[in-house]
Design a protein around this ligand. Sequence first.
Ligand SMILES: [Zn+2]
Length: 331
Amino acid sequence: MKMDRRGLLRAVTGAAGGAALLSAPRLAQAAAPFQNNIPPAWYRFKHGAYEVTVISDGRLPLGKPEPAFPASPPSEIRGLLEGNFLPPDEATLEQNVMVLNTGRQLILFDTGMGDSMGADGKMFGPTTGKMLNNLRAAGIQPEQIDLVVLSHAHCDHCWGLVDASGNRVFPNAQVAVTEADLKYWTDDNNKRGPAFMTAFIEGAKKNLSAYRDRMIMVKDGGEVAPGITAIFTPGHTVGHSCYAITSDNRTMVYSGDLAHHHILLLQRPRWEFSFDTDPKLSAQSRVRMLDRLATDRHEVLSYHFPWPGLGHVAKAGDGFLWVPEPMNLTG
Ligand SMILES: [Zn+2]
């Protein structure tokens, strides 16, 4: 039976009821004010016997993508971004800091941008440097951190080690870093090349020197803590390292800056990235490691991929695909 609107009203309310409905008080108009704020960003899950908390340091805007991939055809960059429903004229990265609670140690992987170099010293603007607030919102205090493990010594990974006065933000923590990165990024002789090098070296010196009496030198294949093994993947920096975290026979790899963009550098893993110390070596490390991650089907936590950076790598033609893992918000 077909029924028009008036007929439906009659059927539902009856003749008298229709009049009552029309004179009923007005329903709420949902005219609530906008909140105009952003909730804290952290995400918690189990990895074997360990508890993992991902903490956001905020978004890192790279700006126009072409200068970041100087050897890549601009039309191909644009095509890949548009094809994946991303704005073609700006590339944005997340910063997914990881806290691992092994039951015996609380370990922070990278620190985010921090504010050690002052508000004007932030390399990528005011949307970064949110890690400490989000860490506290997740119920973790910086004094509780036992160990900070660095994937490498760039600004968005180690500039949160100290505050603007140079005091340690993690007063009870040791810091694990490769000797290669420690040497390179605290050496004034390397203040050449792109303009950002001087700032990178000044920032690394300020942040790392505060922990010089409590450094752990990371070795390729060596453990930084029980069950946590370094995998050297040099190129982005001379000592860049991923970390394999194994518990209950499950391995998750914290991949740091192995790949910065989940579309561009997975589908075109041989592309060169402008912030790489050695772009060709970086591409080799990326292809080798992505291949291993796909073959071994390891869970991956990627520092710069879309929040919270958790997923898997799959082989796809000549490159790879990023397959995000569904978030589980109920445990
Ligand atoms: Zn980075």
